[in-house]
Ligand binder design. Structure first.
Ligand code: SAM
Ligand code: SF4
Length: 326
C-alpha cells in the first residue's frame, strides 16, 4: 500500500496518454498549440500497461485516463479494453473534451466504463468556439446526450468559469443540473502554463452565491467512494448535481490520494508542485519490477503536504496542463 509522509493513502493514478489535443482552450493551450512531444518520447501502450500492473500491486485501484485529448490517440480503442482487463482495478474513468466521444461510446460501454467527465465551458456555440478556438459545440453536445441516453452515469461536465468570458452562463449551467442528470463541476481556473490568465479567475464561492440566489439552497451530497476533490451538492428536486473544485480558494490537499503519470513517462506527486520522477528511464533500460516499485515509492515520498497556490499566492505554475492531464 502506498502511504505518503502525511499519512495519506495513495490509490488513484491519473494517466495522460497523449499531449496532443484537437482543441486549444484559452486557459490551457496557445492558439497554435504547445511544442509536441516527439513520438519516441511518448510511452507506448504496453509501457503504460506495465506501469499500471506495478501500480495495482502497490494498491492503486482507481485510474483516470486523460490527456491532451485521449480520444485522438491512435489505438485508444484497443488500449482501453486491455486496461479494463487488468485485475485489481475498481474504477476506470476518463476525461475528454467530447469531440470524438460519440464515436467511442459503444466500445466504452462494452468494456464497462460507466463514469465519464466531459469538459464543456459554454452552452453557447459561438462562445464555445471562442473558448476552445474550434466550432465543435454541436458535436460535443451530441456526444454528451448520447452518453446519457446509453446509460453512462455519472456524466460529469467540467466547467472552468472565467470572468467576462462565460460567467454569464452560471445560471444556465445551474438550470442544466436541475433539469438533467448531469453532475456539473465548476473548476477554478488555475494559473498553469502561460495561457491561464489570473485576471479571469473567479472563486467558486461567487459562483455558489449566484446559484443559491437564483435556485435556493444547495443541499450537500454525502461523499461517495469515487469522490475526488469536489464538494458536492444538489438542488431540492434537481436531477443532477453541482460540485465545486476549488484548488485556489480552498485547499483540498489534506485528502489528496493521487499520483499523475504524464505521456512522456514522468510520475508527478502533485499537479502544481513542479516535482517529477522519471519512470520511463527505468522502464526503457529494461529494469526489473522492483526498480519500478522504487520509482513509485520515491514519487510518493516526495508528495508535498500542499500545493503552493492560494488566493494570496496566484503565482504562475510553468507546466503544461495538456501534458499533465488536469
Ligand atoms: N482534453 C481533455 C479535456 O479537456 O477534458 C482532458 C485534458 S484537460 C487538461 C483536463 C481538465 O483540465 C479539463 O476539464 C480542463 O478544463 C482542465 N483544465 C485545463 N487547464 C486548466 C486550468 N488552467 N485551470 C483549471 N482547469 C484546467
Ligand atoms: Fe485540449 Fe483539454 Fe487543454 Fe482544452 S483543456 S486544450 S481540450 S487538453
Amino acid at each position: 500500500m502506498l502511504v505518503d509522509r502525511f499519512d495519506r493513502r495513495i490509490n488513484y493514478l491519473r494517466i495522460s496518454v497523449t499531449d496532443r489535443c484537437n482543441l486549444r482552450c484559452v486557459y490551457c493551450m496557445p492558439p497554435f498549440g504547445e511544442r509536441k512531444l516527439r513520438h519516441k518520447e511518448i510511452l507506448r501502450y504496453e509501457e503504460f500497461l506495465r506501469i499500471v500492473r506495478i501500480a495495482i500491486k502497490l494498491g492503486i485501484n482507481k485510474i483516470r485516463l486523460t490527456g491532451g485529448e485521449l480520444l485522438v490517440r491512435k489505438g485508444i480503442q484497443e488500449f482501453i479494453p486491455m486496461l479494463m482487463a487488468l485485475n485489481g482495478l475498481d474504477d476506470v474513468s476518463l476525461t475528454t473534451n467530447g469531440v470524438y466521444l460519440e464515436d467511442h461510446l459503444d466500445v466504452l460501454k462494452a468494456v464497462g466504463i460507466k463514469r465519464i467527465n466531459v469538459s464543456i465551458d459554454s452552452l453557447d456555440r459561438a462562445k464555445f468556439k471562442r473558448i476552445t478556438r474550434f466550432d465543435y459545440f454541436t458535436k460535443v453536445w451530441e456526444g454528451i446526450e448520447k452518453a446519457r441516453d446509453m446509460g453512462f452515469h455519472p456524466i460529469k461536465l467540467n466547467v472552468v468559469v472565467m470572468k467576462g468570458i462565460n460567467d454569464n452562463e452560471i445560471l444556465d449551467f445551474g438550470r442544466l443540473a436541475i433539469e438533467q442528470p448531469y453532475h456539473l463541476r465548476f473548476i477554478e481556473c488555475m494559473p498553469v502554463g502561460l495561457q491561464a490568465n489570473s485576471l479571469a479567475f473567479i472563486p467558486n464561492a461567487e459562483i455558489e452565491e449566484i446559484l443559491v440566489n437564483e435556485f435556493g439552497p444547495l443541499i450537500p451530497v454525502s461523499p461517495g467512494r469515487h469522490d475526488g476533490p469536489a464538494t458536492r451538492y444538489r438542488f431540492d428536486g434537481g436531477n443532477g448535481e453541482i460540485g465545486f473544485i476549488s484548488p485556489i480558494s480552498h485547499s483540498f490537499c489534506q485528502d489528496c490520494n493521487r499520483l499523475r503519470l504524464t505521456a512522456n513517462g514522468m510520475l508527478l506527486p502533485c499537479l502544481l508542485s513542479g516535482r517529477e520522477v522519471d519512470i520511463k528511464d527505468s522502464l526503457r533500460r529494461g529494469c526489473l519490477d522492483e526498480e519500478l516499485i522504487e520509482v513509485f515509492l520515491e514519487a510518493v515520498k516526495s508528495k508535498p503536504k500542499c500545493h503552493p497556490l492560494s488566493l494570496d499566492n496566484h503565482q504562475k505554475v510553468y507546466r503544461k496542463m495538456c501534458s499533465i492531464g488536469g
